[in-house]
Design a protein around this ligand. Structure first.
Ligand code: ACO
Length: 436
């Protein structure tokens, strides 16, 4: 990995010791300079304090760039709008993994690698029987992806570049099968085996929707919408789940265990679980006349109610993915002949009211990717419990790309943050009969 340019320095004076340290400022290709604090503790005895790591660059990366103030998202330098419009998910997966768009021969070979690995080991069929039928599919995803390491023991050899590559192909190829089967198990339908003659997105729709007793009908508009949803969710720099994957991976854990950790982190409602929470929220609001009281409740700090699908740690402007999804929403509803979708109308009105309200304006809270994705997925026939698994399906490519980058980074060390300890100072043990 190329070293970032050392442009300037920042000097930090520690007032109570009269000591100061000059720290290099690192400059990336885009984005703000970054103070390199690696020598700070050695030279001054102090650590930094940054709960939630909002001000901390945890790694150097060449994969994804976000400018949260301008609402920009780039994969390997390419704007998300262009990729969503012109590319396909598998091409984006190649781009993320390899850094460049493929030529025709490279793409053909990559597609062949992925399609070769779409089937699950037949023993996986029995895995689902261990889960209750009503288990959340994210629980099944965590378990089954983690268990892949039991089927591919060679994946623990993470210093072998070939093994890393094969693990990446296996994960990208099998995650649609695992996700579709998690759904099929929950509704008691037979598992459908992958079809390698279909595109990545269409194959997933097939495994999710088809039943052995009926002819499966392809729908190019829905296939395109699915593919676009996958592209938009493929990577998003050092978010909570990606950082979890990197942290787990920094210990040398195998890639399947690391991706299972990422799936667990994605499940939470503040992250990937928000798309499910948006639909629950819209259903609870129920009618446009209830929007104003709901907004008042959100603004009341004692209520702990959030406007789900709004706000983002990095985007302080409209999330570019939300804009693309809003358009896709109309295409999907049009294709399905849905002229009047009360949830979409409610969401549009909610967005309009929120964007005019000083509470949201002053805090730079805009719709994020989850605000519209749930409405599209619901129209396409996905139950709400499948929304976050779909996100995990798409993000698996980003996670494994980030994991690969981390393993190949010579600067990589075990992730081990420090703390500001505010507990009891040293004290001596007292026998139970002497305690107050
Ligand atoms: N509704 C109401 N108020 C909000 C919201 C929201 N959705 N989001 C942030 N705020 C408020 C906070 O209460 C805080 O107010 P204060 O300054 O008066 O205390 C202020 O805006 C700043 O917010 P933070 O919590 O500091 O923002 P943070 O970066 O920590 O959180 C997060 C970002 C978790 C995404 C938050 O905006 C949120 O919970 N949103 C709703 C859940 C959601 O949609 N998550 C999906 C994120 S995108 C993704 O993961 C794919």
């Amino acid at each position: 990995m190329d070293k970032p340019i050392h442009a300037n320095h920042i000097t930090i004076s520690v007032s109570n010791t009269n000591r100061s340290v000059s720290l290099p400022l690192l400059e990336g290709t885009l984005g703000p300079q970054v103070a390199d604090i690696r020598k700070l503790h050695n030279e001054t005895g102090i650590f930094t304090f940054d709960p939630g790591y909002g001000e901390t660059a945890s790694c150097e990366s060449k994969i994804t760039y976000i400018d949260g103030d301008a609402g920009v998202l780039l994969y390997r330098g390419y704007p998300i709008e262009q990729l969503a419009e012109k590319s396909t998910f598998l091409e984006v997966a190649y781009l993320l993994l390899n850094g460049e768009l493929p030529n025709e021969a490279q793409f053909e070979m990559f597609t062949a690698h992925i399609t070769r690995h779409t089937m699950l080991h037949e023993q996986f069929r029995r895995f689902w029987e261990g889960f209750r039928r009503d288990a959340h599919p994210m629980a099944a995803l965590c378990g089954v992806v983690g268990a892949m390491s039991a089927f591919y023991p060679e994946s623990v050899n993470i210093s072998d570049a070939h093994e890393r590559e094969v693990s990446a192909y296996r994960l990208i190829a099998k995650i649609p099968t695992i996700t579709a089967w998690a759904y099929k198990y929950s509704v008691g339908q037979p598992f459908m085996y992958p079809r390698n003659d279909l595109s990545y997105a269409e194959n997933f729709l097939y495994m999710f929707k088809a039943v052995p007793t009926e002819q499966y009908k392809k729908n190019p508009t829905l296939e395109r919408a699915m593919d676009r949803i996958l592209i938009l969710h493929a990577d998003h720099e050092q978010n909570a789940s990606t950082s979890t994957v990197r942290l787990a991976g920094s210990t040398g854990a195998n890639p399947f265990a690391c991706i299972a950790a990422g799936i667990a982190a994605l499940w939470g409602p503040a992250h990937g679980g928000a798309n499910e929470a948006v639909l629950r929220m819209l259903a609870e609001i129920g009618d446009k006349k209830n929007i104003k009281p709901f907004i008042e409740e959100v603004k009341d700090k004692n209520s702990h109610t959030k406007l789900m699908g709004f706000g983002h740690r990095v985007y302080k402007n409209y999330d570019p993915r939300a804009k693309i999804l809003q358009r896709t929403c109309y295409e999907v509803l049009g294709e399905l002949g849905i002229k009047h979708e009360p949830l979409l109308e409610l969401a549009m009105e909610l967005e309009k009211i929120a964007l005019e309200d000083d509470y949201f304006v002053s805090r730079k809270l805009y719709p994020n990717v989850d605000f519209y994705s749930g409405i599209i997925l619901k129209a396409m026939g996905f139950p709400t419990t499948m929304f976050t698994p779909l996100f995990a399906l798409a993000r698996t490519t980003g996670w494994i790309t980030q994991w690969m980058e981390m393993i190949e980074d010579p600067q990589q060390r075990i992730g081990r943050p420090r703390q500001l300890y505010t507990g009891a100072p040293r004290r001596d043990y007292t026998p139970i009969n002497e305690r107050p």
